[in-house]
Design a protein around this ligand. Structure first.
Ligand code: 6GP
Length: 828
């Protein structure tokens, strides 16, 4: 058959794809891919058929993109990340392809609701929180901006656990997102890679007397690539997220089997496959486990081989252009082992001299730091690295040895500084500091918000900043407005389109044109009507998920993020208890009805975080069932917070809680999403809150609490939480209340770990110190909400002034300051 016939029959040209094409494609897949028909199909089958129809369009554009990138031999960024928190893809892909409306209509004509079938899609929850979701927003922007980019990560069989709440407590259940297959991913057996582990290093002497190192691995695993196409808005560029799945290299080890070791032969398979089995559920705490290090090495080694294979196809063995073509962004230190891995390939395999290899390597990597919390800074026992990656440990020592010589030049004889900057931490147990390795091996290092980057320079890496004044920089985070406004808040998007045109999803600064309508009564009304409609929808969701009735006219006050002491969900809870107490003491206590809504997962091993979830639920239960107060006050904890739930909560929020201890939240991105959807922030001067305040204006945000400088001062003076306990009668009463059985009938003391952590535990995150300021700021929120017109005005201004926080701007900053990339038009 001639090629051209095949093409035109199989697929309508993407640009001309119309409603009836979509309808035909969906029905064709229902019949031919799923073997069912319109009468028998349930929502799941319709969803799969619709995905398959959309995927045809996606893959055609993917092919064109790859061809253009190949023909133009483009420089590309490779985003290495242990986490990509993608969420669902259907709605996003439809919007980005410009096919949402017609697919909706096509399905309606087939008697099916697009909204309903989209609920069939499991979230791709291959990440914990901020860092993983940022990676997902970034690859959306990269494709939208037509930049050549590949995301590299791990194809976890189980993503972040599913959270259930039983009797108030968090229970973790496995997440099985791929049980019924993932219609978006394509397996690429032609690009399988092999990765070595364990074993020993042999030193050899080459002909010219040159020392040669050869790593004899003890075991080999296979990396199977799964490609998830990433559709840019407008559908021109489709990049790839390539995720590696581990498998035993020989499906069956016959040697071991023949020697009588049937069980051993099986278990070797199991071990190899364990590598990509499950995502570590820790947010901002290093796991320190061998399997975690193997995961990190596994995906870095597979990805580097993949990059090098592609590079060699165009440039053969000429390494001189490698760093012109390839830039690798390390998403935190999780992929830092890629630095010694590239050195190993260049020195041991390509037989480059050390200096030439180092020159290439240190022009290839750039590193993003996402947190200052000491417990998140990864360190690996040198012995562990030696066991798993013996050659890499040697290389790390060599990198360090040469680096120490540079330090000696800069600070002659200063051993303290050497100790501090060394990649190796000496002590009972030698540790390898991945942060130091990342800074030394990268040409650029960035923090994720202005204040965070300043603190990275001032507190975390001051000497590195002195050595290389241009290396440390800032790129403030951003979020994709395609998912976080256009797709999740369709009514508001349509209203904005009507007012200012429809190109804001790719030019978010255009939202600024809404400023002139902020005082217009009709626009205020329309804006708030949509907010109310979104609140009605969320109230329905809350009822169906928890059985709790909430009034859409009440203030919806939302705190959604991982549970962590530094994020201070317990500060929010103490204030809720204060309101409850005020209402009990004075039934006519004047307050606007408010619903406090939480969504948060705690790391399974983080006891206090789980205790806080339990406390929120027990306080909620008491308040929600107390007739004396529950017209004015309700508390909801929505189980299993995840991307798809965020998409329902964010458009319905009136108030956004961003109340971390100043200096602790690197940036935050939920703060940007909520503000973009017209929620007003109550927050501390921390992370990107500071830049949000700058943009929206101090009169349109509720800032409270200690600043970074004040926090430092308080700690320096010697902070004593008891000072606040004894000096604030309300605070004392609330903390004492936690020890009674008022919220946990028959179980006094069930909530006392919380009180303990805030008093005898030293209150490390200054909850008590900020309580009074927080309570006062909350009172201001209450008063402000009563002035409906002004509230609407403030909400509009928040949305209108979020232009800076599009992830397109973040990516532009990366491109200009770090990656130096050019866009590549895809030939139609
Ligand atoms: C998070 C930061 O806590 C958050 O403030 C920031 O917005 C986000 O990264 C994206 O930059 N950090 C993590 O999720 C993490 O695991 C190691 O850091």
């Amino acid at each position: 058959m001639p090629k051209s016939t095949l093409k035109s029959k199989a697929l309508a040209e993407p640009v001309n794809f119309n409603k009836s094409d979509i309808k035909d494609a969906i029905v064709r897949h229902l019949h031919c891919s799923l073997g069912t028909d319109e009468n028998k199909a349930n929502n799941h089958a319709w969803w799969k058929a619709a995905c398959a129809a959309v995927q045809e369009q996606v893959l055609e554009r993917l092919r064109r993109t790859q061809k253009s990138h190949y023909l133009n031999d483009t420089r590309a960024v490779h985003y290495f990340s242990a986490e990509f928190l993608m969420g669902r893809l259907m709605s996003n892909n439809l919007h980005n392809l410009g096919l949402f409306e017609i697919t909706d209509q096509a399905l309606q004509e087939l008697g099916v609701s697009l909204t309903d079938i989209m609920e069939e899609e499991p979230d791709m929850a291959l990440g914990n929180g901020g860092l993983g979701r940022l990676a997902a927003c970034f690859i959306d922007s990269l494709a939208t901006m037509e930049l050549p980019a590949v995301g590299y990560g791990i194809h976890y069989e189980h993503g972040l656990f599913r959270q259930e709440i039983k009797n108030g407590a968090q229970i973790e259940r496995p997440d099985s997102w791929r049980d019924y297959g993932n219609p978006w991913e394509i397996c690429r057996p032609e690009s399988i890679q092999e990765v070595s582990l364990y074993g020993y290093v042999e030193t050899k002497y080459g002909e010219n007397g040159r020392i040669q190192k050869e790593w004899h691995p003890g075991s080999i695993v296979k990396g199977i690539p799964w490609d998830i196409p990433v559709v840019g808005f407008g559908g021109k560029t489709v990049n790839v997220l390539r995720l590696w799945e581990s498998q035993a290299s020989n499906y069956f080890n016959w040697d071991v089997f023949n020697a009588g070791g049937y069980v051993d032969a099986q278990s070797e398979n199991v071990q190899a496959e364990t590598i990509s089995k499950v995502l570590y559920p820790n947010d901002e705490t290093e796991a320190g486990k061998e399997l975690r290090l193997i995961q990190q090495y596994f995906f870095c080694a597979c990805s580097l081989k993949d990059i090098i294979r592609r590079y060699k196809r165009a440039h053969g063995d000429d390494w001189s252009r490698f760093s012109d073509q390839v830039v690798i962004q390390l998403n935190d230190t999780h992929p830092a082992i890629a630095i010694p891995e590239l050195m190993r390939i260049l020195v041991d395999r390509a037989e480059l001299g050390w200096d030439d290899a180092w020159e290439i390597c240190s022009k290839t990597f750039a590193y993003t730091n996402h947190t200052l919390l000491p417990e998140a800074l990864e360190k690996w026992p040198a012995r562990m690295i030696e066991k798993i990656l013996p050659r890499h440990l040697e290389i790390i020592y060599e990198i360090n040895f040469r680096f120490m010589a540079e330090v000696e030049k800069m600070w002659p004889g200063d051993n303290k500084i050497k100790q501090k900057l060394s990649i190796i931490e000496e002590g009972n147990q030698k540790m390898v500091r991945m942060g130091n390795l990342s800074v030394i091996g990268s040409f650029a290092v960035n923090g994720v918000a202005e204040i965070h980057s300043k603190l990275v320079k001032k507190n975390l890496f001051p000497e590195f900043d002195q050595m290389w004044p241009d290396k440390l920089t800032n790129v403030t985070n951003g979020i994709t407005p395609r998912r976080w406004l256009k797709a999740c808040n369709p009514d508001l998007s349509a209203l904005i389109d009507k007012k200012i045109g429809n190109d804001w999803p790719v030019k978010l600064e255009k939202l600024n044109d809404l400023v002139k309508f902020a005082d217009e009564a009709k626009f205020q009304k329309d804006f708030m009507k949509i907010k109310l409609k979104n609140k009605v929808a969320l109230a329905k969701e809350v009822k169906s998920l928890t059985g709790i009735e909430i009034d859409p006219k009440a203030i919806f006050d939302v705190q959604i993020k991982r549970l962590h002491e530094y994020k201070r969900q317990h500060l929010n809870l103490l204030h809720i208890m204060a309101l409850y107490r005020r209402l009990l003491e004075n039934p006519s206590y004047d307050m606007e009805p408010r619903v406090f809504i939480f969504g948060a997962k705690a790391a399974p091993g983080y006891k206090l975080a789980k205790d806080i979830i339990y406390a929120i639920n027990m306080v909620a239960e008491r308040i929600n069932n107390d007739e004396r107060v529950n017209k004015k006050l309700k508390v909801v904890f929505l189980p299993n917070y995840r991307v798809s739930l965020a998409e329902k909560m964010i458009p319905a929020a009136d108030v956004s809680e961003q109340i971390s201890t100043a200096g602790k939240e690197a940036s935050g991105t939920g703060n940007m999403k909520l503000s973009l959807n017209g929620a007003l922030t109550i927050g501390t001067m921390d992370g990107a809150n500071i830049e949000i305040a700058e943009e929206v204006g101090e009169e349109n945000i509720f800032i409270f609490g200690l600043t970074v400088e004040e926090v430092d001062k308080l700690h320096a003076q010697g902070y004593n939480p008891y000072d606040y306990y004894y000096n604030n009668a309300e605070l004392k009463a609330i903390l004492d209340w936690l020890e009674t059985d008022y919220f946990t009938p028959g179980k006094p003391g069930a909530l006392s770990s919380l009180k303990y952590s805030l008093l005898d535990g030293g209150d490390p995150y200054l909850v008590l110190a900020d309580f009074d300021a927080y309570s006062k700021a909350q009172h201001k929120v209450d008063l402000a909400y009563r002035d409906t017109k002004n509230w609407a005005r403030m909400a509009i201004l928040n949305c209108a002034r979020m232009g800076k926080f599009t992830s397109d701007r973040s990516i532009r900053d990366y491109v200009e300051r770090i990656w130096k990339l050019d866009a590549c038009k895809v030939d139609e």
